[in-house]
Design a protein. Structure first.
Length: 290
């Protein structure tokens, strides 16, 4: 029989072997998996965004568009320059007309002796109130012509298609008759008041090569109306002045044919100021009256 201490050792060995991995001091510690912090590639590869292709673009078409854009930019710059010149000219005309109608000096007094253009000073005429301007506008009776109060002025809107041949500044016979009728009404209701002749066009490209820009056409049309009113009606050159706006001031949208026709117009703008004192009653003499 084995010694007692050998039996004890053998018993311990059997117990350790039967105790499992947590009880076995002789079991090797399993190695741990390394932890990686590197970014992981996506499981589904990303497809790159397709780049725009210019293979089907016509270079000539691009050049044409670029040339057209440059031409339009140049036309806009020319129109802005023309508008500035027109505004300066209008301001000068209005200032000169006021200076002639209202000489310097206190109302009712003589100018100093020896002063150039010495004459009896005209009394200062106060501006006409808006209520009187509205009342006068309501007395206008011109078929086919629209009138409206715009702040302190009355705008008499005459369609350009009724005045001129298409794309020109040549007055139609019916247009001349319409201007004569309009001048008779205006001179009877707004006696001696300043009147601006404003030319307007739409935004369509010009078909007539005579005019380089819509501003030039609007200048020619407003000037034709000025010449007619001065030569064939009772309105006086001293109370008229010309302004050309081209397509810059539409009254409605140019998106439709009717809107473009409305924007092609000449406006007689009556200001609430008179060039000189007018008789309280009676209209100006008709052309040719003695």
């Amino acid at each position: 029989m084995a010694p007692k201490h050998l039996r004890v050792v053998a018993s311990l060995f059997v117990a350790v072997a039967a105790g499992g991995c947590t009880q076995n001091p002789f079991r090797a510690t399993p190695a741990m998996m390394p932890v990686s912090f590197a970014p992981q590639a996506p499981s589904v590869p990303l497809s790159p965004s397709p780049l725009p292709s210019y293979a089907n673009v016509d270079p000539k078409a691009l050049e044409t568009q670029l040339a057209r854009s440059r031409q339009e930019t140049q036309l806009v710059q020319e129109e802005v320059s023309a508008l500035r010149e027109q505004l300066a000219s209008t301001s000068s005309q209005l200032a000169q007309a006021r200076a002639v109608a209202r000489p310097a000096g206190p109302p009712g007094t003589f100018a100093p002796p020896g002063d150039p253009g010495s004459q009896l000073a005209q009394p200062t005429i106060p501006a006409i109130d808006p209520a009187s301007m509205r009342e006068g506008m309501n007395h206008l009776a011109i078929p086919g012509v629209t009138s409206r109060l715009d702040g302190a002025v009355v705008r008499i809107e005459i369609p350009a298609d009724k005045l001129f041949e298409p794309g020109t500044a040549s007055l139609l016979p019916a247009g001349a008759a319409l201007l004569s009728q309009t001048a008779t009404e205006v001179s009877g209701v707004f006696k001696g008041q300043f009147i601006g002749i404003e030319g307007h066009t739409d935004t369509e490209p010009l078909q007539n090569a005579t005019w380089g820009s819509p501003h030039q056409l609007s200048v020619a049309r407003a000037s034709a109306v000025f010449d007619f009113l001065c030569g064939r009606t009772t309105l006086k050159p001293g109370q008229l002045f010309v302004v050309a706006h081209g397509p810059n001031h539409p009254v409605v949208s140019n998106a439709t044919a009717a809107g473009r026709a409305r924007n092609r117009r000449v406006e007689l703008v009556v200001y609430p100021e008179q060039t000189a004192a007018e008789p309280a009653t009676g209209m100006a003499d008709a052309p040719g009256a003695g």
